[in-house]
Ligand binder design. Sequence first.
Ligand SMILES: Nc1ncnc2c1ncn2[C@@H]1O[C@H](COP(=O)(O)OP(=O)(O)OP(=O)(O)O)[C@@H](O)[C@H]1O
Length: 723
Amino acid sequence: MGDEDWEAEITKPHMSSYVPVFEKDKFPPGANGDTFNSTPTSSSEMDDGSQRDRFMRSGFASGRSLGNRDAGESTTRENPPTMGGFGVGKRFGNRSFLNRKFEEGDSTGLWRESNGNEDNQTRDRGFSRRGGYQDGSDSCSPRRGGRGSFRGCRGGFGLGSSSNEFEQDEGTQRTGGPFGSKRPALSGAGNGDTYQSRSGNGSGRGGYKGLNEEVITGTAKNSWKSEVEGESTDPQGPKVTYIPPPPPEDEDSIFAHYQTGINFDKYDTILVEVSGHDAPPAILTFEEANLCQTLNNNIAKAGYTKLTPVQKYSIPIVLAGRDLMACAQTGSGKTAAFLLPILAHMMRDGITASRFKELQEPECIIVAPTRELINQIYLEARKFSFGTCVRAVVIYGGTQLGHSIRQIVQGCNVLCATPGRLMDIIGKEKIGLRQVKYLVLDEADRMLDMGFGPEMKKLISCPGMPPKEQRQTLMFSATFPEEIQKLAAEFLKSDYLFVAVGQVGGACRDVQQTVLQVGQYSKREKLVEILRNIGDERTMVFVETKKKADFIATFLCQEKISTTSIHGDREQREREQALGDFRCGKCPVLVATSVAARGLDIENVQHVINFDLPSAIDEYVHRIGRTGRCGNTGSAVSFFDPESDGHIAQPLVKILSDAQQDVPAWLEEIAFSTFVPGFSGSTRGNIFASVDTRKNFQGKSTLNTAGFSSSQTPNPVDDESWD
Ligand SMILES: Nc1ncnc2c1ncn2[C@@H]1O[C@H](COP(=O)(O)OP(=O)(O)OP(=O)(O)O)[C@@H](O)[C@H]1O
C-alpha cells in the first residue's frame, strides 16, 4: 500500500468511535501490554473522550492490560487482528513487512524522526493518530489488519502533536477530545512548523501547563515557547486530574539506597579544579562539615560514609554562603552536594516548622528540567530532612494543579519544582519569593539554554525574588557549555566559585563505551541481538523521538522482550508507571527519549544503548551517565549511522579518548573527514568548556586534587580580578 492510500484515509472525515479491547489470554506474556504501557486507570476518572484518549495513548501499545481493565465498562471484546492493528499483533510482528513499510516511510519522508528532526513529525503525528484509530476499527479485514499493524503503530505512536518534548508535554496536562489531547497536532496537521501550529491553536492559552517541563534536543530547542498563564484558564480540554501516589512514608523506604560500586574510591584520584576568589578549603569527611546531629544521622542511614569529590568541594563552598557553579561527572553525588549544606544552613538558622498558609514562602527553591528528576530530588530532600522541621514539597506538570496547591499550602520550606508548574503556582500567589535564600538549578546548563533560559530569567525577576546579592544561587550539572556559563553570570554573584571535577562535560569513566557502525535498517536487528545477550539486566534504550520510542518499545515487546517506554507524549501517570516498572525490574528494558537522559538515578542500570545518537554530545554524556553511577560500572553501546551521525563523530571521538575508551578507526576516519563548524577537538573547543570560562578572559584558578586540600595552596595566578 502506498502512501497515497494513507493520505486518502487520513482525510476521511468520519472517525469511528469504536474502542477495541484486547484479549489477554490470546497472547503470550511479554509481547504485549502486560509489560508495555500498562496504565492502571480508574474508568471513573475518564469521560468518553478521555477513555478513547487513553486508548489512543495506552491501548495501542498495551491493549491487553487496558482491555482487561476496561472490559465490561464500555466496550466489547474484539478479535486478535485488532491487536495487530494496533501494533502488537502478528502482522506487526512480521518483521519483513514491518521493515519494508518502515523503510518506505523513511524514504518517502513519512518516517523521518531518526534524523532528530521532530519538526517534520507534526504532520505525521496529526494524521497518524487518526490513521491508527481507523485501522484499529477496521479489524476484520486481514489486509487492513496488516496495514493497521503498521498504521496502527503509527497512529498509536503518533499520540503527540507537536514537535518537541516541551510542546508535547502540554498535551499531557490536558486530555483533550476523543482522539487525544494533542490538539495542535490535529489542527496543525500540514503545518510542519510546530511552533506556529501551537501558536495558532494555543494563543491565549496557559502556556506553562507543564509544556516546558521536558527535555528537548537538537533543532527542537528552537521551537520552545512559553506564555505565562495559569493552567486553569485553559479553555481547551478537561483539566488534568492525575494525582501522583504519595511516596512511601516508612523509614526503610525513605532511606532505601543502592551500594556504591567498586570504583567509588577511585573518585579520589579525579582532579578537581576550583576557580574564583577565596575558595574555602575542601573537606575530607562528613564530620568536617560540622552538620547537625539529625543530618548526620540521615546521612548515615542513607549509607553515605565517604564524600564524593563534588561534595568535598561544594559543601564547604555552600556552607560559606558562596554562589557556585559545579560540574562533575554523572552519578557522582551532586544532589547531596547542594542539599546537605542548604539543609544545614536551614537548621542552623533555626527554621520554624512551616504551617498551613494560603501563601507559602519557601527558603529554598530547586528547579530541574524534568518531572521525574525533580521528583527524585524531592525524595532526596525528604530523606535528608527526615526528622527535622524542614518540609520539602514537590510540584510538577502533568499532575492536577489543585494537588500541587494542596501540597504547598500545608507548609513549604524547600520547594522542588519544574519551571512551568513553578511559574503557575507563583502566578496563583500560592508561593511568595521574599524568603528565598537558596535558588538551585540542577542540570543548570539545560535550565539556562534556549528551552528554559527565558523561564529562569522570569523567575529571578519575579516580584519579591531577592536579587542575586541577597540570595545564594547554586548551579550543578555534568556538562556546562561555554556559552551557557556566560549566561549563568546573570544569575550568580560576580564572585561565584566554579568547581570542575575532572573534565567538564566529560563522560563518566566507569562506563565502558562502545560505538558500533550500524545502518538505519539494521538497528532493530542489532538491538534485539544485544538485548538477548544482555538477558534481564536493566537497560535503557535511547531513541531520538517519542514516536520512535513507542515504535521500538512495541517492537521489542513483540520480540518478547519485556519493555516499557517513557517520553513526553505519555501521560504523567504512564510515565511514572513506566519508570516504576523499570525500577522494579518488571520491565528490564526502558525505551526513552532524552526526557530520561538527565539526572535519573535508577539502581542497577547496567546498560545504555543509543539506538539513535543524540544530536548534541552533551546529551550523549548525560544519557550514558544513567549507568556507571556512584562507582558502579556500566556499559554504553551506541549505534552510529554514518548517514546521519557524521556531525557527532568529532565530539564523540573526543569524549571517548578523554575517557580512555577505544576509539574505532572507522570513527576516527569519519571524524577527521567531517567538518564540524566550530568544533576544535581541543579542551577549549566550544562543545565543552574544560574550565571555568571566566579564565579564558580574566580568570584565575586553583588546581586541586580531590581528597587533598590542595585548594588551600596559594594560586599562582591569583592576581587578576574578574569583576
Ligand atoms: N557520598 C556518597 N556515598 C554514597 N552514595 C552516594 C554519595 N553521594 C551520592 N550517593 C548516591 O549516588 C547516586 C548518584 O547521586 P546523584 O543522583 O546525586 O548523582 P548526580 O551527580 O546528580 O548525577 P547526574 O549528573 O546523573 O544527575 C545516588 O544514588 C546517591 O544517593
